[in-house]
Design a protein. Structure first.
Length: 300
């Protein structure tokens, strides 16, 4: 395994504003030999013009004729990567200068298949609130696709990202668990830091994320001996996101108090607040129950 070179894969689809901040940061990192493989997954905005304007030997652009989805875009990047280590970040993220050095440095031996970095929302010192916390990954706990690196041989052994898990927004989780199930180990490297750019949260996007937790019945059935390897929010292997039950049972008491706190923190999007309290929590329970029944598993 060559740890002196690395391929960085960035997939994008109609998010030019984010991409314009992502690419310059990648070009400014402290690492001797690397390439940036940008997979344009059928963008219809001005992404093509922007990528055409870039003249840097480190950048290679691969375009899909139509939108195939994030998993297929990542798999295209993997297929075209030149080096033994492949790092992933997202088009709505900004890496630090030493990000890649820290991430690649985590490959201490041949059996480490993936290395996980730490992700903050906006910046390390920014104190995010719900739903901003959904995209942070403090202490590099979770194998999020915006800050992770794999040995290329992992994909030779395990195959690529599985698009079936895109509906759960968890194809990156499944890929990492699959790698561990095939005998690869992992390492957390908190000093490999990525910042997620500020997002425009909507009720629609927030409600869509409620489906995320329903991946656990699927992963438990598919990987019964490995689905808990990264410490998911599953208590006793049965209760998914147990705090939800406390929130629901105490809703009449705590929603008014939470609303006051929400306003005190300067938040004013009333729709977002009541989407979470209680709609998001209840909807998440519904998705978990539905998937557990479909998988014929006892999970709550």
């Amino acid at each position: 395994m060559d740890t002196t070179s690395c391929s960085i894969v960035v997939c994008t689809y109609n998010r030019l504003g984010y991409l314009k901040k992502c690419i310059p940061a990648l070009l400014d990192i402290n690492f001797s030999q690397y390439e940036i493989v940008v997979v344009d997954d059928g963008s219809s905005d001005n992404t093509v013009d922007f990528l055409n304007s870039l003249s840097n030997e480190k950048i290679r652009v691969i375009r899909h004729a139509y939108n195939k989805g994030l998993s297929e875009a990542r798999n295209t990047g993997i297929a075209n990567a030149r080096y033994d280590i492949i790092a992933f970040t997202d088009d709505d993220c900004v890496v630090t200068k030493d990000w890649l050095t820290a991430l690649v440095g985590g490959f201490e031996n041949e059996n480490i298949g993936l290395v996980i970095g730490q992700t903050f929302y906006v910046s390390k010192d920014y104190r995010g609130y719900f739903p901003e916390r959904l995209v942070s990954n403090k202490d590099a706990k979770w194998p999020m696709g915006c800050n992770v690196a794999y040995q290329k041989k992992v994909f030779d052994v395990c195959g690529g990202f599985d698009g079936d898990f895109f509906d759960y927004n968890n194809e990156d989780s499944e890929m990492a668990i699959r790698a561990v199930s095939k005998g690869f180990s992992f390492k957390r490297v908190p000093n490999a830091i990525v910042s997620h750019q500020a997002m425009d949260w909507t009720v629609k996007s927030l409600l869509r994320s409620a489906v995320n937790a329903s991946v656990w019945p699927v992963l438990k059935k598919k990987y019964p001996h490995h689905y808990q390897v990264f410490g998911p929010p599953v208590k006793y292997g049965v209760i998914v996101n147990p705090k939800d039950y406390i929130y629901i049972l105490t809703a009449l008491i705590f929603i008014p108090l939470l609303f006051i706190r929400y306003l005190m923190h300067g938040k004013r999007d009333i729709k977002i607040f009541f989407t979470k309290w209680p709609v998001y929590v209840v909807l998440r329970r519904y998705y978990v129950y539905k998937e557990a029944i479909r998988q014929r598993l006892f999970m709550l």
